[in-house]
Structure formats: structure tokens, C-alpha cells
Design a protein around this ligand. Structure first.
Ligand SMILES: [Zn+2]
Length: 225
């Protein structure tokens, strides 16, 4: 057995502790709630949800999975390297447009996750990323990706502009994680303090229509290229 393999179980346990810790912290915020893709799409289309902003990773591609593509809803899509909320006018849009729902959206097999793990200098995430780099296990990397979503949600809720809006009940914050291997969406559920996988299987006969990419107010670093 190599030194890497010997260290893995202990490191994985440490990673689980870290994720559980931040999940527990987020669960204390009343503004953090479960909202899945169907609830968001149906809510926007029916008018029950007036507006939403999604901050997603740029390497998820142009057709972001599980996101409503109707041109007739107020859905602001931001994409950058990772899903950093403090860029591209995200906060300004949330405040200026009185956005009611924010989704932080991460994914598996994420180049950003691996880049950040190698470049991380800030605590406590440095130790967390070291676990993934040490184990080189895709399952561990997925956990790191889930952690990153929760970490950005926590940063967002500490933002001096966003925090009061959330405390006043005018903004809900949600966490999504796309597992590309299984092609399914996981949604953070504060009641369970965990990401919950979507079990819905669409009938084969269902015709899925994709809207044009221009339908959303697309803002992010990728627009610069
Ligand atoms: Zn990514």
C-alpha cells in the first residue's frame, strides 16, 4: 500500500467534517432554502417567482444544464471561472434589479476546482484542497466541488450589501451541484444539511426544447473573449 492510500481514509473523514461544518452553518440562515430546477422554472414561468440570478462555472458550457431557457422570464445568468459572486456585476444586479432568488451552481469534473486546489493559499480551504490533491479520487473532487458551492454561499451571505437584504427576507439563496457522470442535479437541502440528488426520470417521449443562448442576460468573464 502506498503512502497516499494509507492517508486516504483519514483525509476523507476530515473532508466530510469540513463539509458538514459549513452545511451546518448555512442551515442556520433562514434565507438558505431548498429550490430545485423544476420549482425554479415553474415559478418563473407562472410568475410565482419574479426573478432569479444564477452564478455558474464557465466550463459548464453555454447550455447550462437544468436551467430554464425561456426568454420570457427574468433569469440573470452569470458565468465565470468557478462561480465567484464578487465579479461581473452580480451583486449590483441582485440589488439593482431586486432579484429574489440566487443560485450558486457548481459541477463535477471542474477545471476551476482543480486549479483552485493547486493555487489555494487561504485557510481553511487549503487543507481541504490538500485532501483532494492527495487522494486523486474523483469522488473526493466531487465533494470539494460541493464544498465550493457552500463556501461561495457563505461568502455571499457575509457580503455587506447582500447580507441585510437576505436578513430582511427579500432574498433566498440556494445551492446546486451538477454531477455530469450521472447527468443529474443535486440541490442543497438545509433541513438535511446535504445535497439531495434529483431522482426524476423524464419519459422518453418528452420533447425538450432549447432556447437560443441570447435569451438570458448573460454576464461574465467569458463575454470578454
Ligand atoms: Zn467548473
Amino acid at each position: 500500500m502506498s503512502r497516499k492510500e494509507e492517508r486516504a481514509p483519514k483525509s476523507s473523514a476530515k473532508l466530510a467534517d469540513t463539509i458538514d461544518g459549513i452545511a451546518k452553518e448555512l442551515s442556520k440562515f433562514s434565507c438558505v432554502s431548498y429550490l430545485d430546477d423544476l420549482q425554479l422554472s415553474d415559478g418563473l414561468l407562472s410568475g410565482a417567482i419574479r426573478s432569479a440570478a444564477v452564478i455558474a462555472c464557465s466550463d459548464m458550457g453555454g447550455l447550462v444544464p437544468y436551467l430554464c431557457s425561456s426568454a420570457n422570464v427574468r433569469l440573470y445568468l452569470f458565468q465565470n471561472f468557478g462561480h465567484d459572486y464578487a465579479t461581473g456585476g452580480f451583486v449590483e444586479t441582485v440589488v439593482g434589479q431586486s432579484v429574489e432568488n440566487v443560485v450558486v451552481y457548481g459541477h463535477s469534473v471542474c477545471e476551476y476546482t482543480k486549479f483552485r486546489a493547486r493555487a489555494a493559499v487561504d485557510q481553511p480551504t487549503r487543507d481541504l484542497y490538500a485532501v483532494a490533491l492527495d487522494s486523486d479520487d474523483e469522488a473526493v473532487w466531487r465533494d470539494v466541488g460541493r464544498f465550493n458551492v457552500l463556501f461561495v454561499m457563505k461568502q455571499l451571505l457575509a457580503d455587506p450589501t447582500i447580507s441585510p437584504i437576505a436578513e430582511q427576507g427579500r432574498l433566498k439563496v440556494h445551492g446546486w451541484f451538477y454531477e455530469s457522470g450521472e447527468n443529474h442535479l443535486e440541490v442543497f437541502d438545509p433541513k438535511h444539511r446535504a445535497f439531495i440528488g434529483q431522482q426524476l426520470k423524464l419519459p422518453d417521449s418528452l420533447i425538450v426544447k432549447y432556447g437560443p443562448l441570447e435569451t438570458h442576460d448573460r454576464v461574465g468573464e467569458t463575454d470578454k473573449f
